[in-house]
Design a protein around this ligand. Structure first.
Ligand code: UDP
Length: 361
């Protein structure tokens, strides 16, 4: 079986690493499977891309489409044009896409129009929020995908409601969590740990990059200053996404507790998360990782496509206002953290299941 694997952005790189490892294991066992890795170039900063390839031992891509930034339409169109050429030149039995970024949707459309089967890893999750570009990417991708690999029964149910055929839907677990388990023993203390005088469980990790939180500069500043006020003696480590950094520009922030740093590589970042007191974020992936690590997570969004991180895990949905965050966070400080568990099949073996299922097709 010949597969093209598509990856375009930071969370994609984290998701493809264990899938490639599972394919390599099959190849070593003499099974006829090969892959071609296509990087669309959606994320191209070293610390959002190359670092992840190096740290997660992802082989150099066979092809880099180098699409770089642009508006939603410009980027999607550029990926489609470049990926069509790529797939015509290197036809494959299957294109495997992960997640919900523009590359996921763009390459799915191209593959289907070239009569190539598509497998979508992390299919079926839905926030119900059509203002999120990711939600549109999810719906379009899943409307033409052939094989759906889901992280929860809920996601499988969403697909059935949407009309997907049950025999094509496979609840396999979570590849992002495969990466977490495969690398947990390699998590690495960042070099600034002593300089910032960080102590285990005595600081907060903050990440923010969704348009609803960061696109309007004055509300972003208001939000950050509000978060700074609830630190309660704890330092807040804020690896700032290039998108957020660009919006803040030269604006001065009146903050005492927030330490802004460059986006971190996976091993340093996960060390920070694992040893933190709590995480404040608008990232979906991070709400899954904190769930598995048992770290309280406060998600600055009005909805989530990952409800199991709330019903089973450590996630709390706090909306986008700092007042609401303050209310829920101070409640959490008064009571002990809620009891949490790990969602079904988030056991580090999702990628193996995916490759076994694909080989049986
Ligand atoms: N991450 C990282 N370094 C950072 C911030 C995030 O390695 O400085 C990782 C982390 O594993 C997280 C993932 O990147 O789960 C999420 O990326 P992002 O926030 O870009 O995507 P989202 O989860 O919002 O789709």
């Amino acid at each position: 079986m010949k597969i093209t694997i598509v990856a375009g952005a930071r969370p994609n790189f984290i998701k493809i690493a264990p899938i490639i490892r599972a394919i390599e294991n099959k190849k070593s066992a003499g099974i006829d499977i090969s892959y071609r890795l296509v990087h669309t170039g959606q994320h191209y900063d070293k610390n959002l891309s190359d670092t992840f390839f190096e740290e997660l031992n992802i082989p150099k891509p066979h092809s880099n489409l180098e699409v770089k930034s642009g508006s939603q339409a410009e980027q999607t169109a550029a990926i489609m044009i470049a990926f069509e050429k790529e797939l015509i030149k290197f036809p494959r039995d299957l294109v495997l896409v992960v997640g919900d970024v523009n590359s996921t949707m763009a390459c799915t459309i191209v593959a289907k129009k070239l009569n190539t089967k598509v497998a979508h890893v992390e299919a079926g999750i839905r926030s119900g929020d059509m203002t999120m570009p990711e939600e549109i990417n999810r719906i379009v991708t899943d409307s033409i995908t052939d094989y759906f690999f889901t992280t929860s029964e809920k996601a499988s149910e969403n697909l059935k409601k949407f009309g997907a055929n049950s025999k094509d839907i496979h609840f396999v677990g979570n590849v992002m969590i495969d990466t977490l388990y495969q690398n947990q023993s390699r998590f690495e203390q960042p070099s600034f740990w002593n300089e910032f005088q960080l102590d285990i469980k005595n600081y907060i990790v903050l990440t923010l990059h969704r348009p609803a939180n960061v696109d309007e500069v004055d509300s972003l500043i208001n939000l950050l200053e509000g978060i700074d006020n609830l630190a309660n003696g704890k330092k807040i480590i804020f690896p700032i996404h290039p998108r957020t950094k660009a919006i803040l520009g030269e604006k001065k922030l009146d903050v005492k507790n927030i330490f802004m740093i460059e986006p971190q590589g996976y091993l340093n970042f996960m060390y920070l998360v694992k040893n933190s007191f709590a995480v404040i974020t608008d990232s979906g992936g991070l709400s899954e990782e904190t769930t598995v690590l048992g770290i309280p997570c406060f998600t600055m969004r009005n909805n989530t496509e990952r409800p199991e991180t709330i019903t089973i895990g450590t996630n709390n949905l706090v909306g986008t206002s700092v007042e609401n965050l303050e209310k829920i966070y101070s409640e959490f400080l008064k009571t002990s953290a809620k009891k949490s568990g790990i969602p079904e099949l988030w056991d580090g073996k999702a990628s193996e299941r995916i490759i076994d299922i694909l080989l049986s097709k």
